[in-house]
Ligand binder design. Structure first.
Ligand code: FAD
Length: 805
């Protein structure tokens, strides 16, 4: 056994083997995989091996395509068969809502370059003769579905990696991890210790335990999962070609051919967690006791929908555990605060996802950047708040809803409320309908008196449409108040703060008492953050950003902080705040403070410490609504007092509370982009229209060289605003943009602009087509709706209301 390696991958399931292969392919050949037992001995060996490209996140869907197409490559590189059967798949809808869901998935596939097709029930039956047409209304055909041999795939990855120089130690258990001062690890095994430059936790069913070895608690939980193999089905045995892969959403079952019968799996509603507290180390190549009663309701639906199966009998039942993260997507990446420790776990669809997970993780480790937009899989999307209890509730919910529709305006109920701000009850009493962002409850909109505070889930405009419109109009006509607890806030202090922020952020830093907006870029000049920076003087800055990205940004901050001279801390628990926005917001603020907040004393982008309602507050004159506006931050204990004072003073200026839905509408009218929508690490500032916030005349900042390179040519795509002739459903994001009959781009967010009376969508299209006056269409729920590019923001294009008032 080696005593040193550049990286040690812990776990020889399909995920660890793929990571090992991709590391060697990226040039790290001094790498080792350590497996407690035989390869595949966790959840991999008993998997059904099904694979497909459907995923709620387009970036993950694209990586699933990569995984499926990789099998030919690893077969060639290893000489090991993966047992690939690309049969194609039929995803069956039993309701009109499910058809909407499939149309959305199909439309999204278009801009990803994935060939999917909406087909009729008759066509579906031709492809899959076992179905009873009466139960279905339509289907999605996906040519890139099928199944593989789990052991074949895992061994192919491992052999291909070995051929490139990697070593694989089987029957070797990692028993401990000891961090060394220089960032390396001592990987302690029952056969000796390996000094490793990097450690990858691909521990699958034991990922939690391997996490604990490094002092971290990973939000993963295993669930029992069952599939059955039927006896011979005459129609299957007689079929000249292999049966297609099938998902029946209403039956909550998936199916494929196995021998002369079928394999039927189900995500039953009453799913059962496995090894809730600790995974036993002696569990190996084992199955769990079958529990047919638990899956009987789904099987019964299956027998009704596919009558030929009813009399085939059940030959075998497989019950095995596999792990999930709270939202069902993998957990990958670098763990903040633990040097050189990487995770690749919570992979619930290893045969669709392990290739993409391996590729992006290896890129990240070798080049410092995953090379793709992996936000939906990034371990940093969860913070410390994702406790084992939260994970438990969410994983169960996610499992039970695996084949259920998640509507775009749907907020799932499990593990809520988890984190509440002090003002939560007050907002609730005002009729707030809450959503959860990064585990924090925040108001989406306010039900007016007499209306139940509950939103109907739909792909179309909901019952919230009218009240949200009223909130928007209140902001534009008088004043609105919005709780801004979902914004991240950091205090950065110390003698080195100016130099550090100047290097970290792409824009010039503000003068004392001022605010500036600044993108944060990675070395490739891509957008990894979008911040408001306030200079409070005396080597003290406040930085505001997206709350959901707190862990993601802090991981980057930590990696770039100098040893001394700069201190950064999150104020998320210490500061709470409200935004006042609207033409009368100054009048309202003036009622709350004796200090001068006139236009001259407090111009646009001013930042001051003020006494507001007798409370010490930090106030910035800034607004995401396009109106005159202020963001007021106070100590968390003072939040309720501040809200009470605002409400008391607000009667005359016509104050109305507003929530995230109204903010979304108002920012669309202003063409303001948002983090995780328009601004993501696949876009450059020039593409996103943020170039004016990048000061390349600064001597040095992260990403400067890439910016200069980019500026030598014009961007190949651009973020634009569309006005859509939308009908009853607005764009929500991820719809394809058509131009002259071709799919040319995609939508990042959309909605209704209540104050301009138009349906609006923001999206990226190739720069040359942005000059076109006509010919655009946005595919919403399967219909191509005419759209035109708005050349300037639809509301107050000169920005006078926000700046000049
Ligand atoms: C019944 C069933 C059906 C399934 N069907 C499908 C399907 O059709 N399609 C699909 O894509 N997915 C399916 N899955 C899910 C699939 O099995 C998982 O996505 C996949 O196996 C996850 O692989 P992994 O490498 O992350 O984890 P694992 O397979 O659990 O691998 C982890 C490995 O790490 C090793 N290990 C852990 N700790 C240590 C340590 N301290 N030292 C050394 N080694 C260690 C373990 O021994 C194990 O081999 C199914 C799962 C089940 C249970």
């Amino acid at each position: 056994m080696k005593t040193h390696a550049r990286a040690v991958v812990i776990g020889g399931g399909v995920v660890g083997a793929s990571v090992l292969y991709h590391l060697t392919k990226a040039g790290w050949t001094d790498v080792v995989l350590v497996e407690r037992d035989e390869l595949t001995s966790g959840s991999t060996w008993h998997a059904a091996g099904g694979m497909h490209t459907l995923n709620g996140d387009p970036n993950v869907a694209k990586l699933q395509e990569y995984t499926i197409k990789l099998y030919a490559e690893i077969e060639a590189a290893s000489g090991q068969s993966c047992g690939v059967h690309i049969t194609g798949g039929v995803n069956l809808a039993g309701t009109p809502e499910r058809m909407d869901f499939l149309k959305l998935a199909c439309a999204r596939a278009r801009y990803l370059g994935l060939a999917m097709e909406i087909i009729t029930v008759d066509e579906a039956q031709k492809l899959f003769p076992l179905l009873d047409k009466r139960h279905f209304v339509g289907a999605l055909y996906n040519p890139l579905e099928g199944h593989v041999d789990p052991a074949g795939v895992t061994n192919a990855y491992a052999k291909a990696a070995r051929n490139l120089g990697a070593e694989v130690y089987r029957h070797t258990r990692v028993t401990g991890l000891v961090a060394r001062a220089n960032g390396e690890w001592d990987v302690v095994t029952d056969h000796g210790t390996i000094r490793a430059g990097h450690v990858v936790n691909a521990g699958g069913l034991w990922a939690r335990e391997v996490g604990k070895m490094a002092g971290i608690s990973l939000p993963v939980l295993a669930m029992e999962h069952q599939y059955v193999i039927t006896g011979e089905v005459p129609e299957v045995a007689a079929s000249p070609t292999e049966m297609l892969h099938v998902i029946d959403f209403e039956g909550e079952i998936y199916m494929r051919q196995e021998g002369r019968g079928m394999l039927i799996g189900t995500y039953e509603k009453a799913g059962v967690p496995w090894a809730e507290l600790e995974t036993p180390w002696n569990f190996t190549h084992e199955l769990l006791a079958p529990d047919l009663d638990r899956i009987a309701p789904s099987l019964e639906v299956g027998f009704r929908h596919f009558p030929a199966l009813e009399h085939a009998g059940i030959k075998r039942v497989i019950n095995g555990p596999f792990t999930f993260a709270p939202d069902g997507n993998p957990l990958i990446g670098k763990v903040r605060g633990v040097p050189s420790y990487w995770v690749a776990c919570g992979v619930m669809a290893g045969f669709s996802q392990a290739g993409g997970v391996g590729l992006t993780l290896a890129n990240w480790m070798v080049d410092g950047d995953p090379g793709f937009d992996v936000w939906a899989m990034d371990v940093a999307r969860f913070g410390d708040w994702a406790s084992p209890e939260y994970t438990h509730a969410k994983v169960r919910e996610n499992y039970s809803r695996r084949f259920r529709i998640r509507f775009p305006n749907e907020e799932l109920p499990a593990a809520r409320p988890l984190r509440k701000t002090p003002a939560y009850e007050r907002l609730k009493a005002r009729g707030a309908v809450f959503g959860s962002a990064y585990g924090l409850e925040h108001a989406l909109w306010f039900a007016p008196p007499g209306m139940e505070p509950r939103e109907d889930v739909t792909y179309r405009r909901s019952n919230a449409h009218r009240p949200v419109g009223d909130e928007c109009r209140a902001v534009r006509q008088a004043t609105g108040v919005l709780e801004i607890a979902t914004f991240a806030r950091y205090e950065v202090t110390g003698p080195g703060v100016r130099a550090w922020l100047d290097r970290l952020l792409a824009n010039r830093l503000p003068q004392e008492g001022r605010i500036s907006l600044s993108p944060m870029l990675n070395d490739n000049g891509k957008l990894i953050g979008d911040f408001t920076v306030a200079n409070a003087g005396r080597d003290r800055f406040f930085v505001f950003g997206s709350g959901i990205a707190e862990q993601y940004h802090r991981r980057w901050f930590d990696a770039h902080l100098p040893d001394t001279g700069v201190t950064l801390r999150s104020l998320a628990d210490e500061w709470m705040g409200f935004a006042l926005a609207g033409p009368r917001s100054r009048e309202l603020l003036a009622r709350l403070t004796r200090e001068d907040v006139s236009k001259e004393a407090m111009p646009f982008l001013a930042f001051r410490e003020l006494s507001v309602a007798g409370l010490r507050a930090h106030v910035g004159r800034i607004s995401f609504t396009g109106e005159l506006g202020y963001e007021i931050w106070v100590a968390a204990q003072a939040e309720v007092a501040l809200l009470e004072a605002i409400v008391a003073a607000g009667t005359d200026p016509g104050l109305a509370p507003f929530g995230a839905r109204a903010l979304h509408s108002l920012r669309l009218e202003k063409s303001f982009g948002n983090w995780a929508r328009e601004y993501r690490p696949i876009y450059t500032p020039a593409e996103a229209g943020l170039d004016r916030f990048v000061d390349a005349s600064k001597a040095d900042f992260v990403g400067r060289e890439a910016v200069l390179r980019d500026r030598a040519q014009s961007p190949s795509r651009r973020l634009v605003t569309f006005v859509v002739d939308a009908g009853e459903a607005d764009a929500i994001g991820d719809e394809p943009v058509w131009h002259d009959g071709q799919v040319v781009g995609w939508i990042t967010s959309g909605g209704y602009g209540h104050c301009v009376g138009k349906s609006i969508a923001l999206g990226y299209v190739p720069a040359p087509v942005t000059v076109a006056e006509r010919g655009f269409e946005i595919e919403i729920l399967g219909e191509r709706r005419p759209a035109t590019i708005a050349r300037e923001p639809l509301f107050d294009p000169a920005g006078e209301r926000m700046r000049q008032s």
